[in-house]
Design a protein around this ligand. Structure first.
Ligand SMILES: [Zn+2]
Length: 92
């Protein structure tokens, strides 16, 4: 198999896995009377300040912490999680 064909097959299997996970999450949410929310895959979760909403430049992947002009200091993952939660709640 050529490398581009392998890459295409890998992408398809990855997309199928995400669809299957999403389907299972929707099923479980409905089972428990909950609503499943999702944000756009390009939502800038790690570049938004969760305290003031300022959009900042991208961080290198190895940068784990960042300060903002508003004085907040964020852990990258905690900040992203707070932004995703707020965006998901705003959509529902
Ligand atoms: Zn800020």
């Amino acid at each position: 198999m050529e490398s581009s064909a392998k890459l295409t097959e890998w992408k398809r299997s990855g997309e199928a896995s995400w669809r299957e996970l999403r389907s299972m999450l929707e099923y479980k949410a409905a089972w428990y009377g909950r609503t499943l929310g999702a944000v756009d895959r390009w939502f800038p979760s790690s570049t938004l300040c969760s305290a003031c909403g300022t959009l900042r430049e991208r961080l290198p992947i190895n940068a784990r912490e960042r300060g903002c002009a508003c004085g907040a200091i964020h852990d990258r993952d905690v900040n992203a999680a707070q932004n995703v939660l707020a965006a998901g709640l705003a959509e529902s």
